[in-house]
Every structure is written in structure tokens, then in C-alpha cells.
Design a protein around this ligand. Structure first.
Ligand SMILES: [Zn+2]
Length: 121
């Protein structure tokens, strides 16, 4: 693949077509909103519906497992965003943590919080 370094910026760090600080802040806001929605759905004081109908127990249990999975994914994403923000501050944003190779721009555009190249993801 051809590298389109435009001579600007730190050598090795890919030239970005977007502002990673803004992209990360947007991602963080999205994840936090999703987490808030997830927690809102968990409200234990709700009291309505839950466990009222016989046979609903399994359904609710399964739903909770799915929610916990979702929560883990979101928390993991939040952690990745934090890492990417650290790297941004350190000037190593866009470089793979494993091999130090620049992460392809297309990958960063899709997930600005990527801290590893495709090979080491
Ligand atoms: Zn790598």
C-alpha cells in the first residue's frame, strides 16, 4: 500500500484527514450515552414487569447476560479511547502499540481509538 505522507507532522505518524481529538471525544460521548442507556434499563427500583410473569425469568436472565456483554464491550471501548487519548497527548497517536508501525488511515477513520494495527488487533 502506498503511503501518502504529505511531509507535514511527525515522521512515522500518519497524516490524518480528521482531528483525532474531536473524533475521540465524539466516540467517548457515544459510548457514555450508550452506557447510560444500558444502566437506565437496569434500574432496579423500576419494580414494574420484572419477574412478575411466570416463565419470563429465563428471558430476563438471557437479556441481562446480553446487556453485561454489551457493557463489557462499551467499557473496553472506553478504555481504548482513553489509551488513544494518552497516545495523542504523547505524540504517538496512530502508531501500533505492538510493532510501532503506522495504523492505516482507513482503520483510524473507522475506529479513531485503534491503538494497534490490523495485524496486532
Ligand atoms: Zn502492529
Amino acid at each position: 500500500m502506498k503511503d501518502t505522507t504529505e511531509g507535514a507532522g511527525t515522521p512515522g505518524v500518519p497524516a490524518l484527514s480528521f482531528d483525532p481529538a474531536v473524533a475521540l471525544a465524539e466516540e467517548r460521548a457515544k459510548v457514555e450515552a450508550a452506557l447510560a442507556a444500558l444502566y437506565a434499563g437496569f434500574t432496579p427500583t423500576d419494580g414494574l414487569g420484572f419477574g412478575k410473569r411466570i416463565g419470563d425469568g429465563t428471558h430476563v436472565a438471557v437479556e441481562r447476560i446480553v446487556d453485561v456483554g454489551k457493557q463489557e464491550v462499551l467499557l473496553e471501548k472506553l478504555r481504548a479511547i482513553g489509551e488513544a487519548e494518552e497516545e495523542l497527548a504523547a505524540g504517538t497517536y496512530g502508531l501500533c502499540r505492538e510493532c510501532g508501525e503506522p495504523i492505516p488511515l482507513e482503520r483510524l477513520e473507522v475506529r479513531p481509538y485503534a491503538t494497534r494495527c490490523v495485524r496486532h488487533a
